[in-house]
Design a protein around this ligand. Structure first.
Ligand code: APR
Length: 261
């Protein structure tokens, strides 16, 4: 694997507009399970993937009650960024990170210190709730306090509508501004780094074929194979929180970057 890490580092250190696509694999070392890995949420409970569809959530109060119970005990609230998230902050400090498009809803890239203008949370995030009828939003913590006080499916205080986390469920439209920011980054990047994703969910995964069509270097860092492995420049099969710092290390900071070195 040493050879792949060195090859990946060589490509990343000579890029100046790196687009990073992250998936659940970058957050497992922060205590948040992924979906399709050996201990993934869908791996362990295929039924759960079905009921994570928007339709089930809106139509079935029992699905909502179960979702609120899961939110109460989610590891997201106590999770902290790990060395993988921090490696991307140092890539940004070197002036060579263009954008992180993340499929994750845990907010850990922002918590690690990346500015919002370089992060696209393309599947939303779990830290707020939105009323499906009137669109009013509120902090998730406030809704969880209502659940802790006994409301097992809290409704919107303004219009009594259904409250949903500001994540994007299957069957739900992605935010058009997120999609255009991700596409713009995909059109100007000079390297794509895909980290901790099976690259099996679209449109996020579209960033890989786009990069291949533009003939820019593509590096995949993932513990398990993806369908794109045979087509990319380098595949690093390793633990993200140990290999990602190695891959981004040593790139000379670009003039005007915020890197103190
Ligand atoms: N180091 C390296 N790879 C890891 C690590 C780790 N520490 N932990 C997990 N992985 C790998 C797993 O082997 C798996 O291949 O990360 C990948 C995570 O893939 P998925 O679980 O499919 O997660 P992701 O690709 O982000 O899923 C995309 O699917 O369910 C929806 O909306 C959800 O955003 C999610 C989307």
């Amino acid at each position: 694997m040493e050879q792949q890490v060195a090859a990946a580092r060589a490509l990343v250190s000579s890029a100046s507009r790196v687009l990073v696509l992250t998936g659940a694999g970058i957050s497992t070392d922060s205590g948040i399970a992924d979906f399709r890995g050996p201990n993934g949420v869908w791996t362990k409970n295929p039924e759960a993937e079905k009921t994570s569809h928007l339709r089930y959530y809106l139509d079935d109060p029992e699905v909502r009650r179960a979702a609120w119970r899961n939110r109460l005990t989610s590891p997201i609230w106590s999770a902290r960024p790990n060395a993988g998230h921090l490696a991307l902050v140092s890539l940004w400090e070197s002036g060579r990170l263009d954008t992180v498009v993340t499929q994750n809803i845990d907010g850990l890239h922002l918590a690690a210190g990346l500015p919002p203008e370089v992060v696209v949370e393309i599947h939303g995030n779990a830290h707020s709730v939105v009323c499906w009828s009137c669109g009013e939003t509120a902090p998730m913590e406030r809704a969880l306090d209502r659940v802790r006080s006994g409301e097992d499916d809290p409704a919107c205080r303004s219009c009594d509508g259904i409250l949903k986390s500001t994540t994007v469920s299957f069957g739900q439209q992605l935010d058009p501004s997120d999609l255009s920011r991700a596409a713009a980054a995909g059109a100007r990047a000079d390297l794509l780094l895909a980290v901790g994703s099976t690259l099996s969910v679209y449109p996020a995964a579209d960033l890989v074929p786009t990069a291949l069509r533009r003939k820019i270097p593509v590096v995949i860092v993932n513990a398990e194979p993806t369908e794109f492995d045979p087509y990319v420049d380098v595949v690093v099969r390793g633990s993200i929180s140990s290999v990602l710092p190695e891959i981004v290390r040593g790139g000379r900071p670009l003039p005007g970057s915020s890197d103190p070195a």
